[in-house]
Design a protein around this ligand. Structure first.
Ligand code: PGA
Length: 248
């Protein structure tokens, strides 16, 4: 069993007080779980980050931002830079989520975001994955290879990057890939990272419709290091249940 990381992505959900309450519940729920070798991550919206960081301090819960701007500062209305994230005490940032790729985030922008975040001491959850159409056209490996090589081009300190394989057709649909499909694709990612980037033991999460029911089967796929979870991470009971099932 390799799984060690359970990361939640709240997306555009939870007010500051709702987020604070969720983390309080997570903290007390996780205190009862033997999860000492588990990394639990939550990803609130920007406006909740500092409050959640404060509440999570000293607990098992780590905090990620859901995105970052690629530039350090300047005339970018509404955007947040990596050093701003660092200044509120965030440890991680999700980069390359398909919901952002589909609204114009290119591989080049993703690459700049990764570099800027690493320069500011953040760890990255780098999302990659194929769409349904790409899958049907048997382009999955080509797409993954491309996203990896463009996203990581010139990136140093690759050990700061966690990977989240998220087939776009699995996100929010209730559909998870078959075990052998998932194994094949995660192995492909692993081999690619090893051959092209000399990354010997990268952490690779699976994301897409992970829930309290399917997590037991998914955790049997022992080449996966954990999960990135959207909907089910927004309910503390479900999220704690997933953490328990992942590590028991
Ligand atoms: P989901 O989202 O668990 O709701 O499918 C996963 C994600 O977008 O990372």
């Amino acid at each position: 069993m390799r799984a060690k990381i359970v990361a939640g992505n709240w997306k555009m959900n939870k007010t500051v007080s709702e987020g604070a309450q969720l983390v309080e519940e997570l903290k007390s729920g996780l205190a009862k779980v033997d999860a000492s070798d588990v990394t639990v991550v939550v990803s609130p919206t920007y406006v909740s980050l500092s409050e959640v960081v404060k509440i999570a301090a000293g607990s098992l819960v780590n905090v990620a931002a859901q995105n970052v701007h690629q530039e350090a500062n300047g005339a970018y209305t509404g955007e947040i830079s990596a050093d701003m994230l660092k200044s509120v005490g965030v440890g991680y940032v999700i980069i390359g989520h398909s919901e952002n790729r589909t609204t114009g985030e290119t591989d080049l922008i993703i690459n700049k975001k990764i570099k800027s975040s690493i320069n500011n001491g953040l760890k990255i959850i780098f999302c990659i994955g194929e769409t349904l159409l790409q899958r049907k056209k048997k382009l999955t490996h080509k797409i993954l290879k491309n996203q990896i090589s463009k996203g990581l081009k010139g990136v140093k300190k690759l050990n700061k990057v966690l990977f989240a394989y998220e087939p776009v057709w699995s996100i929010g649909t209730g559909i998870v890939p078959k075990a052998n499909d998932l194994e094949k694709n995660v192995n492909f990612i692993r081999n690619n990272l090893s051959n092209k980037f000399r990354l010997k033991n990268p952490k690779i999460l699976y994301g897409g419709s992970v829930n309290t029911k399917n997590v037991k089967n998914l955790k049997e796929i022992n080449i996966i290091d954990g999960f990135l979870i959207g909907a089910a991470s927004q309910d503390p009971k479900k999220f704690i249940d997933i953490v328990k099932k992942t590590f028991n």
